[in-house]
Design a protein around this ligand. Structure first.
Ligand SMILES: [Zn+2]
Ligand SMILES: [Zn+2]
Length: 140
């Protein structure tokens, strides 16, 4: 059995479970990710939709978007928990909401072209102006 990770929102109304089998992870500096998190960037990890499941508070979700792509927040405390992406096939978990430590680590900074001027990247991870160009890798 592959191990499972749990995650939850700030207030605890929404809980989820996800397989520790993320395919990619990165730090997205685009303005949308900065605004939805209120942060300099959003660390996110991607996985097939079927390996992610809500375990509590499904009825409390605030969905911004539609069935082909959306951001899912807790409707009570507002935490951004995950985004449904790529025509609904993948989930990008907002890594800050994980309770357990995943095996994966972010491997790149993406959308550095729209990075906040007040934030300086101080690690050695590769930086991309927009998406990572190679197919099958980080794609926010
Ligand atoms: Zn909440
Ligand atoms: Zn982004």
């Amino acid at each position: 059995m592959p191990s499972k990770l749990t995650g939850k929102c700030f207030c605890g109304a929404v809980h989820y479970e996800v397989a520790d089998e993320f395919i990619y992870a990165g730090n997205c500096h685009c303005s949308n990710c900065r605004r939805t998190t209120g942060s300099a960037f959003k660390p996110f990890a991607g996985i097939e939709r079927g390996k992610f499941a809500l375990t509590a508070g499904q009825d409390k979700l605030l969905i911004f978007g539609d069935e082909s792509g959306h951001d899912a927040h807790c409707g009570r405390c507002g935490s951004l928990l995950y985004s449904l992406v790529r025509d609904g096939a993948y989930v990008h978990v907002a890594m800050g909401t994980l309770v357990d430590d995943p095996a994966i680590r972010p491997t790149a900074h993406i959308f550095v072209g729209s990075k906040a001027g007040w934030f300086t990247i101080a690690d050695d991870l590769p930086q991309y102006e927009e998406h990572v160009v190679a197919a099958g890798s980080v794609d926010e």
